[in-house]
Design a protein around this ligand. Sequence first.
Ligand code: 1VU
Ligand code: MG
Length: 346
Amino acid sequence: MRNARSYFAPLAIGAPQPVREIPVTPSRMIHFFDPSNAKLRGKVPDMARSADVLLGNLEDAIAADKKEAARAGLVEVGREADLGGTPLWTRINALESPWALDDLVTLVTEIGSVLDVVMVPKVEGVEDIHYVDRLLAQLEARSELQRPILIHAILETAQGVANVEEIATASPRMQGISLGPADLAASRRMKTTRVGGGHPGYRVIADPSSGDARPSYQQDLWHYTIGRMVDACAAAGIFPYYGPFGDIKDEVGCEAQFRAAYLMGCVGAWSLHPVQIGIAKRVFSPEVDEVRFAKRVLEAIPDGSGVHMLDGKMQDDATWKQAKVLVDLATMLARKDEELAEAYGL
Ligand code: 1VU
Ligand code: MG
């Protein structure tokens, strides 16, 4: 591990200085598209207008014989597409695959100046982040890039979950972590074929009492992992995301899973299909009534201290901080979204 003095030193001569703070910009959804698909490449400007983040996917869901076309397609997007300021991310292939090295070398060399974040799948521990960290620094130096490319890890192996706190602080490039529920389920030998969301078999049942049917309630299979991921990210000053929801037709289920993650502290989720962009936008933008109430809390306690009553609810230093989280988020989103700005009164 690097020590406190060297943590922020560039890892290659000529590489840009690492960032001290991770940029806070809207990322309610990270929208996945297949860059090998020419029709989708043509839709990139439209996608960029509706999504907060656009991600060219090179890993799973891209067939082996399309890997090189996907990489080349993403280079074309980076060079030619008008993204109107929407950040461009990529998900590279897994580090043990035959494609990961060429993914990084090609993308940083060809479009490094417009690539904001590299998502690294199947991260197991700090060694994976350190490998990408050094390689990015070498490539950035060679390409004379002026700003560092950030790293986003996917939490999708049991080993990765065991090491999540160390992963979150492995490098100043760490932007955030996403839950990868499909690979994680397989890695843990969970008995589900779903991509995220709940499961009707995972429930608690009330004690037996004579004559009554025993109520039972479905529980959230992902609660523990999201909780650990959120704590690891918040402690490290980086951002947690719920990942994919695979049942595209189940918009209600998707919204419920996204909302549970939002309430637990996630800042966004992946959208795999255009319909999920709208769901994520709705869920990860704080509710208008909550924002308006939070604004009143901040106004009622200008210095954030003491105890106050507002609509019969106690307010103090801690609720002031909760209110500040909501108002800061709403203010950031309002800068991008005129409709939200008007609704929030910001
Ligand atoms: O009406 P059109 O034909 O012009 O357009 C279709 C379709 O092309 C388009 N569309 C998309 N556009 C932009 N971004 C997308 N991600 C996207 N997906 C579809 O929307 C129009 C309607 O499409 P559809 O409802 O007929 O849907 P399809 O059957 O065409 O596609 C569904 C899938 C799920 C195959 C498609 O959305 C997709 O490939 N999504 C991305 C999947 C992905 O990235 N998976 C990897 C991440 S998840 C993971 O790693 C763990 C499981
Ligand atoms: Mg995966």
